[in-house]
Design a protein around this ligand. Structure first.
Ligand SMILES: [Zn+2]
Length: 57
């Protein structure tokens, strides 16, 4: 008896990138299971304010 299953799995985007600030889903990643990754969306209120290089000294 042989189990005829395709060895190549379809990559599903189970990883979601969620904005730390507003919980908006920014994007997805092909991961090996459900994963939640925190990041920042494009909203100016959500982006980290102490970004290097943006200081006007
Ligand atoms: Zn956000």
């Amino acid at each position: 008896m042989t189990v005829n299953q395709p060895s190549a799995k379809k990559e599903l985007d189970l990883g979601v990138i969620v904005c730390k600030h507003c919980s908006q889903v920014i994007g997805t990643l092909p991961t090996n299971g459900y994963k939640k990754i925190y990041g920042f969306c494009m909203d100016k209120d959500c982006r980290p304010k102490d970004e290097a290089g943006l200081r006007g000294n």
